[in-house]
Ligand binder design. Structure first.
Ligand code: SOE
Length: 385
């Protein structure tokens, strides 16, 4: 018998929409013990949240998140509001005994993330952070290939996350929609917004990062504030590049910017090991490129001239998640990564084993983000504690 799982969502922006869509889809495609019920959504702006609730089929809405957290008919608090709200809401939700799922990055800094992790663990409530790219089937397949030993000893990890939406000088900052450009609300710029995704994927595929050295740049120093119209200093990092050492002995390079003309959501990685390499680009999300090294034991073989990179079309029933969707060859897209994520969260409730990435795993990503920003300030390598 499927049981209801009553969701209380905070936030109605881009992530509010992706999460709402996932809740609506998941039980139609996955066979799970719980079915999400869109119980209540919440935001301060009553007109906006009322319209959002009606559009996505939420049963009710609140304008004060504290009221939502207190409600007896809510099982899960889903935090999809700006980064500077995550901490307070997560602490209150855990205290109220609610399960907590939170948008990335988990927190504004490591201190907050540590307290949030302690709060959910002490309360013993299920928790997860929406690092949705783990649920791109091609990336999940990459993890499977690494675990199967097909890459062998890793030497290099290379990640880029490039966008171009802030190049124009007249893009304003702040307010309800452009808070990602305000460090007081976002915590940081591309480091927390984009590199946090790359770091989460990197740690998942290639293990812990032990030290980093970084450089950041803010190309446009002042922008008009979206609400006051005043020219105000830009406080975020527009671009960030860092070098990393992994615990397994491999070296990493990470690059992120919102100033790569023509790049919209160019999220890539490449892993090079002794026995093979893997490469992925989110702009071709159903492909995973794989190079398998075959040691020529007795000279060159007839088939050696066709050895090379192969593009695996990750669209078959034997690939991660794909048996839940359409028929082989029919692709899925960005929104399905959120549906796959909530399916995994519910499966973790069914099995009692929890679901990665938990707050504790996201705390590790937060540590790298903070270390990167510290290194960019000091110009020194920073060890991860
Ligand atoms: C920023 O433009 C953004 O929307 C991020 O906040 C998301 O996490 C990323 O997946 C897409 O880009």
């Amino acid at each position: 018998m499927t049981k209801p799982l009553n969701i209380g969502l905070i936030g109605y922006g881009f992530m509010g929409r992706t999460h709402s869509n996932a809740y609506r889809q998941v039980s139609k495609f996955f066979d799970l013990g719980y079915e999400p019920v869109l119980k209540a959504c919440c935001a301060r702006n009553e007109e906006k949240i009322k319209e959002f609730a009606a559009n996505w089929g939420w049963e009710s809405y609140e304008t004060d998140w504290k009221k939502l957290v207190e409600r007896d008919d809510i099982d899960v608090i889903d935090i999809g509001s700006p980064n500077n709200t995550h901490y307070e809401i997560a602490l209150a939700a855990a205290k109220a005994g609610k399960m907590v799922i939170c948008e990335k990055p988990l927190a504004m800094n490591v201190k907050e993330a540590e307290e949030m992790t302690a709060a959910v663990e002490e309360a013993g409530v299920a928790n997860m952070v929406w690092y949705n790219y783990r649920r791109v089937p091609a990336i999940t397949l990459a993890k499977q290939l690494v675990d199967e030993g097909r890459v062998g000893r890793p030497f290099h990890y290379r990640a880029t996350y490039l966008q171009d939406w802030t190049i124009a000088e007249d893009v304003p900052q702040g307010g309800a929609t452009l808070w990602r450009l305000d460090a007081a609300v976002a915590g940081s710029g591309v480091t927390g917004d984009l590199l946090a995704h790359s770091i989460d994927t990197a740690i998942w595929l290639n293990g812990p990062i032990t030290s980093v050295t970084a450089a950041t740049e803010t190309f446009i120093k002042e922008r008009e504030h979206a609400e006051t119209g005043e020219m105000t200093p830009v406080t975020i990092d527009d671009a960030c590049m860092f070098l990393a050492r992994f615990a397994n002995g491999s070296l990493g390079t990470f690059e992120s910017t919102r100033y790569a003309r023509g790049r919209k959501n160019f999220n890539t990685f490449e892993l090079n090991g002794a026995d093979g390499s893997l490469a992925f680009n989110l702009e071709d999300p159903h492909l995973l490129s794989y190079f398998e090294y075959k040691n020529p034991t007795s000279g060159h073989k007839l088939e050696d001239h066709v050895t090379g990179w192969r593009d695996i079309n990750v669209t078959n029933f034997e690939h991660p998640y794909m048996d839940k969707w359409w028929v082989p060859g029919c692709t899925i897209g960005y929104e399905h990564t959120f549906t796959n994520a909530i399916a995994d969260f519910i499966a973790g409730l069914d099995s009692g084993s929890g679901t990665e990435p938990t707050f504790r795993s996201a705390l590790e990503t937060q540590k790298i983000c903070d270390a990167v920003l510290e290194s960019a300030k000091t110009g020194q390598w920073v060890e991860i504690k």
